[in-house]
Write a protein that binds this ligand. Sequence first.
Ligand code: GLU
Length: 315
Amino acid sequence: MPNSAEKATVCGRFAPTPSGRMHAGNVLAALMSWLSAKSAGGCWILRHEDLDTSRTKIEYAQQIEDDLRWLGLTWDDGGVAQNCFQSRRFHIYDQYFDLLRNQATVYPCFCTRADLMAASAPHASDGRVVYSGKCRNLSAEDIATLSAQRNPAWRVAVPNTNINFTDRLFGQQSVNLANECGDFIVRRADGVAAYQLAVVVDDALMGVTEVVRGSDLLLSASQQIFLYNQLGFAAPQFGHVPLLCNESGVRLSKRDRSLGIDVMRNSMSAQQIIGWLAFTVGLIPKNEDVSAQELLTEFSWSKIAKHQTVQVNCK
Ligand code: GLU
């Protein structure tokens, strides 16, 4: 039995989608994840999530790396040099998909977008459409007929029980996946692993012990813990940090040009950006220049604002 002095080494990660330059919200997620892992003496890895190869480019991955280096957020492994790209790992996701398939926990789904959006579809507490389970009990005959018409996506069947976990920022979570999302997709109709499966397989195989990212993925944590359990992996700890929103309360996107890292890099130093973000989420009491390295001694989850979103000025 390990004693308490032999704590498992902390390993955090940043897993951007290289579909463009980062904005302040992405930088905040990277900074919090880096601080959480590094302040615990852990390592921090970088993985480019380019499952959707039509939207992503190696040039964006290289640019993200250049921006992270400029910000002082250095990583220990992964990245372009180590070829840490999801698009090069499809064969690994396939093995774990087969494991789910052997357990008979997945089934083919032939629903079209129109089927999914049908007015009668149940809705979760926040209005998202919950999958109705329409294809859950198709007969072998139905499957053969429908397969001749189109390739199915594959869903994992979720039980009507709660997934419980403690988020580093939002505390105790208890989520009934059947009510909140229903059976979810683990392989897309084009044969590529869906985000939920790929992220679990990667984080587990890469030894990640804590996942720190934006609060938009809080529900995903429950879906992912369910997959960790199904695949026999130990789940990491999760910490979701506030999302930055523009003046209209809408999550920052590439349209909020002034908070794109390219624009910010032209008029601000790395210390100014880091200091402003740390101040914005309550980590430091004043908006002042500070490096990521200097923040290591300041970092504590208890200081971070327990808000799903924080509004910032994009003017
Ligand atoms: N690739 C996702 C994104 O860029 C993040 C996934 C994660 O951190 O789990 O939004």
